[in-house]
Design a protein. Structure first.
Length: 136
């Protein structure tokens, strides 16, 4: 009986965590919606690749077009500028969560610099996704 109760508690907690992370993904989608289609078109990126990245964290099969789509989004959202300088304030606002501790974690862990802004955007996106996912 105790095992059944523990399994139920674990399943409930797991479902709640998935629900919270789904809310984060929804927030990401809202954040980028103004620029999504523009950046997809500018970089010749297939929409399903961006959706797979955002919804499922598929970072191992990412191509240069998708990395540059992220760069486009990050520039338009002002997460970083043309020199790669990161805006901590914008990074917090676009982290997908209102939890200040999680925002602090994203800012402290995910401030990558790279001369190639497509690679920089990819590194920041990957780090942000998994930093937030590990909390939720």
């Amino acid at each position: 009986m105790m095992r059944i109760v523990l399994c139920f508690i674990f399943i409930s907690a797991n479902c709640e965590a998935r629900g919270k992370f789904a809310a984060v993904i929804s927030q990401y989608q809202d954040t980028i919606k103004e620029y999504r289609d523009i950046c997809l078109e500018e970089t010749d990126t297939k929409p399903n690749k961006l959706e797979s990245l955002l919804n499922h964290g598929v970072y191992d099969k990412i191509d240069d077009n998708l990395k540059c789509c992220l760069r486009c989004l990050y520039l338009k959202l002002k997460i970083f500028d043309e020199t790669g300088k990161i805006s901590e304030e914008t990074m917090r606002k676009t982290s997908g969560t209102e939890n200040l501790e999680v925002q602090d974690m994203v800012v402290s862990k995910c401030q990558f610099r790279n001369a190639n802004l497509c690679e920089q955007a990819f590194d920041i996106s990957n780090c942000t996704y998994y930093t937030v996912k590990n909390v939720y």
